[in-house]
Design a protein around this ligand. Structure first.
Ligand code: ZN
Length: 453
């Protein structure tokens, strides 16, 4: 089914550029004047460095994949870090990117008496599997933040980057990466776990193909990416170190079996060919499960989070994240389809949580979608039950209306309608859409759930 008319209506909301940058401002290094600095002729020292040219140049270097020009702007330990960042991005494979201060004003970096100053920047690349806006052709770039130290000796002298401190601890900042590649997925690991990356690659590719085919068939507008980028480790300490510092999306919780982490996008800086969207994409973190089938089922779930991630546009700037029951519900819904029948082209795609019929927890069902606490704070069995209840909302919508309607309702919820059951289309004629009353849908779902389970 073609969904263009509906999609356009939602997209006008997504186009709002988020002032992510405004929250953080540049800081100077402060009280680090030293005897060494005072021995130099301080009169000629600039008090601020104009870095506009530097960062425009860096963005251009990344966008054009000009490695030598990029690295020439760094010295000392910063060059070592920048080299690793570049090598890892190149190992993953990118076709565009950005590298710029968190606000235009901070391009003017205050310097101390030694000629040093610090500035926070956003940096990232558009992986060849990342989303591309189908209307404008602009690419999504997931970003992570860094604190750089810049140094300038004289007003007319060059500005060099002498310090590089990652603020979000992305795996590409911490070690060299080994990358296993399949047609629709890239699996990165630290070199000592390269065999793990290779061993889950076939399962991951199967999950990627399943989700891409399912979404293309039932909600073609939502899948704007060619695949997924994931980071694997069977070391829980290592996994817990990834993406856990710096800015975090509000309301986001890591699934124990694996998670998809939405990363900020370009908030409005004019970079040619790059979208301005609050979210630039997502990266999946994963560890191997008890079986090959379980690997694929968990990744089917995580990749659904990835597909919807760019719709969580307010998650880094606002206190209204997409409701957890929507995020987990639609991911569990697709996962349940896979577990029932791993063929995405199956004629009869039934939603069936048979195990819920004999689940003693089902007496807790009260006709409402689960709360965040029910989903995330209880025992494993409780969490699993409430994931199923959340998934049943979309199971009900798929059975009663269509799979396309169910996926569309999930996207409406993601893009800011936190009321459950909003976004179920009643009529879509002549460019005008009407929706069912949310209370009516909730009541019908509750009745259906009690009858089915
Ligand atoms: Zn999940």
């Amino acid at each position: 089914m073609i969904r263009t008319a509906r999609s356009g209506r939602v997209r006008t909301r997504i186009a709002i550029a988020v002032a992510l940058a405004a929250a953080i401002t540049a800081t100077s290094t402060g009280c680090s004047s030293s005897t060494k600095a005072s021995s130099k002729p301080t009169a000629s020292r600039p008090t601020a460095a104009a870095t506009d040219t530097l960062f425009r140049g860096l963005t251009e270097d990344v966008a054009r994949a000009n490695r030598s020009a990029f690295l020439a702007k760094f010295t000392g330990s910063a060059k070592v870090s920048a080299t690793r960042w570049w090598q890892n991005m190149a190992a993953l494979g990118f076709s565009n990117g950005v590298f710029y201060p968190d606000s235009a004003i901070s391009a003017h970096v205050p310097l101390n008496s030694a000629g040093n100053g610090t500035v926070r920047v956003w940096a990232g690349t558009h992986d060849t599997l990342d989303p591309v806006d189908p209307d404008s052709g602009k690419v999504y770039v997931p970003l992570t933040s860094y604190q750089l130290t810049v140094h300038q000796d004289s007003e007319s002298g060059p500005v060099a980057i002498t310090g590089w401190k990652p603020l979000m601890n992305a795996p590409w900042d911490l070690s060299a990466l080994y990358v296993a590649k399949r047609a629709h997925v890239k699996i990165a690991a630290y070199p000592d776990e390269r065999h793990l990356a290779d061993s889950v690659a076939a399962d991951a590719e199967k999950a990627a193909e399943y989700d891409l085919r399912m979404f293309k068939k039932f909600d073609s507008y939502d899948v704007q990416q060619a695949g997924f980028v994931m980071f694997v480790s069977n070391n829980s300490t290592r996994r817990a170190s990834w993406f856990r510092t710096g800015p975090q999306p509000k309301g986001w919780v890591a699934d124990p079996a694996g998670y998809a982490k939405p990363l900020p996008g370009n908030p409005g800086t004019l970079v040619s060919g790059v979208t301005t969207n609050g979210i630039g994409g997502a990266r999946v973190v994963f560890h191997s499960q008890r079986s090959s089938h379980e690997n694929t089922a968990v990744l089917v779930h995580e990749f659904v989070h990835t597909i919807f991630a760019r719709d969580t546009i307010w998650s880094y700037t606002d206190d209204k994240p997409a409701p957890a029951w929507t995020a987990e519900g639609v991911a569990r819904f697709v996962e349940a389809f896979y577990r029932n029948n791993p063929d995405p082209d199956a004629d009869n795609m039934a939603f069936n949580f048979n195990e819920m019929r004999k689940n003693p927890l089902r007496s807790r069902f009260a006709g409402r979608p689960p709360t965040d606490a029910q989903l995330y704070n209880g025992s494993g069995a409780e969490g699993s039950f409430w994931y199923d209840v959340a998934g049943s909302v979309y199971g009900y919508l798929a059975e009663t209306y269509s799979i396309s309607d169910a996926l569309y309702a999930a996207r409406i919820a993601y893009t800011g309608n936190s009321t459950p059951f909003t976004g179920v289309v009643k009529s879509d004629k002549g460019g005008s859409m009407t929706f069912y009353a949310p209370a009516q849908i909730q009541q019908a779902w509750s009745k259906w759930y009690r009858q089915s389970y």
